[in-house]
Ligand binder design. Sequence first.
Ligand code: ABN
Length: 175
Amino acid sequence: MNWVDRLGEGLARGVAHNVSRRGLLASVSKILVGSAFIMPVLPISRVAHAQEGGGAAAEPAAGDDPTNCDYWRHCALDGFQCSCCGGTLNSCPAGSEASPISWVGTCHNPHENKNYVVAYHDCCGKTACGRCYCGNQVDERPGYEFFRHNDVDWCMANRSAVYHCTVSLIVGPAT
Ligand code: ABN
C-alpha cells in the first residue's frame, strides 16, 4: 500500500468511526434539499449563449424608437441603454464586458401580442455612460424584497465591477 492508499483508508476509517450511516444520509439529504431551494433564486449566467432568441421580434418594427424607454423590450430595464453608448440593443460597447449575471423580465411585444423573456445584462469595465437612462419597473419590487429588485450592479461578478450600460437581450418567447 502506498501513502495515498493509507491516507484514503485512514480518512474512510475516521469517517466510519465518527459518523453513523443514518447521520451521513441525513447530512447528504439536507444538502440536496437545501440546494434545491437555493438554486432557483440564484442569478443565471446566460453569457455563454448570449444570442437573441426573439426571431423577427428582435428587429424594431416600423415606427418603433428602440432608444425610447417605452420600447417594449426595455420594460424592466434599469440603466443606461448601451445602444446610446457605442453598443447596440444586444451587444456591449467596445472595451466593456457583459456581466454573466442579469436581471430578467417578461415584456409584452405589442406587434405580435406575445410575451418575451428579456435579460438585462450590464456591460462592465468602463465608467458610467450617462446617456439614455431608463428606470422601468415591470415586475420589480422595492429594495427590501431583494430578489425582485432590479436596481443592482450586475457587474459585481466581473473582473471590474464598474458599471457602464445595460443591454436588453431577448431570450425567447415566454411560455
Ligand atoms: N443594472 C444597472 C445598475 C448598475 C449599477 C447600479 C444600479 C443599477
